[in-house]
Design a protein around this ligand. Sequence first.
Ligand code: ADP
Ligand code: MG
Length: 380
Amino acid sequence: MILPPATLGMLGGGQLGRFFVSAAHELGYQVWVLDPDRNSPAGQIAERHFCVDYGDYAALDEFAAGCAAVTTEFENVPAATLDYLAKFVPVRPHAAAVAVCQHRVSEKSFLRDNGFPHGPFIAVDSENDLKTAPNELFPAILKVARFGYDGKGQATVNNRDEALAAFAHFNGEQCVLEQRLTLDYEVSVVLARDLQGKVACFPTGENQHTRGILDVSIVPARTTGCLTSDAEDIAARIAEKLGYVGTMGVEFFVSRGRLIVNEMAPRPHNSGHYTLDACVTDQFEQQVRALCGLPLGEARAHSASVMVNLLGDLWYENGKPGDTYREPDWSVLHAIPNLKLHLYGKHHARPGRKMGHFTVIGDNAEAVQKTALAARAAIG
Ligand code: ADP
Ligand code: MG
């Protein structure tokens, strides 16, 4: 077990890293953050911020020498960086598990090869793959295999010609072509798996997206039957199969009543932010515990909750870039006593950028949903 006052290493300095730093501090650890952004939200509050690229091996040497264990908050840290650090210090999750999740072709192939429910897809390496793609895949979504997030690097394509045009637009980068599914709704499971292989799933949440970006998470999910426990079971089996250690998120589609795995995130997940305010242990404390070889905390939710993301659009008077830039009027949120506001300390708001979130908690799920929707309308 790694115990305080040990120093923990975090690769990536966004809001997920920032919450990790807070959780680690709370438990008595120190944290070094490595992220190339000078103003990174996690770097601001860590003991040390290595403001360098992930491929700066001299910096990685110093980082590894000072950390008792290293984890990540960002799935696009090069697997080679994780592999390199693992020669000197425990890295959890391990590079191979992260590598599966950071590439859409390996992710989908992993699901297929291990019998997990997934949607029809093909890997696209060349125009020819699109020319010979089965007709049943259309209408489809073309997604770049690497570095996509929040709906970026995706094109909705109705037919083969549109797919070819989109592929050219992505400069012929490797892609996956996925059948566009009819979604009843979307859910996700955030879980933690410890060094001994014990898994603790947080309750399944229901997620609503706007323009490809998570907008609202509702927990418990408003589903029927055993769907939520099935989702937790599938997510736990994925973590086991990956030999995963740490916190991870698994996104699902519910399509015509069936659960389909959409993607995995090898890190805490935006849809797990509700755990900060509604669960006995939150997803970031679980990440610290798993990293340090401690037993996991209880993942039970003590309250119903609705989490709402606060995007940079809110900083513009009428929600449009070019309008007057000003701080939103937070007093309308502070006036709601069962609402917890979290702002990430980002220096500049851009449309679509995740700047913060709030979570409304309470005993009555319907009342919580009403309050959250009213709060969202009030803030803009
Ligand atoms: P990201 O990495 O940007 O989160 P996702 O693959 O999760 O990418 O896609 C973002 C959102 O787009 C999903 O949450 C879903 O709402 C929609 N979407 C993605 N793939 C499909 C699909 N095959 N069929 C229908 N909707 C999809
Ligand atoms: Mg997603």
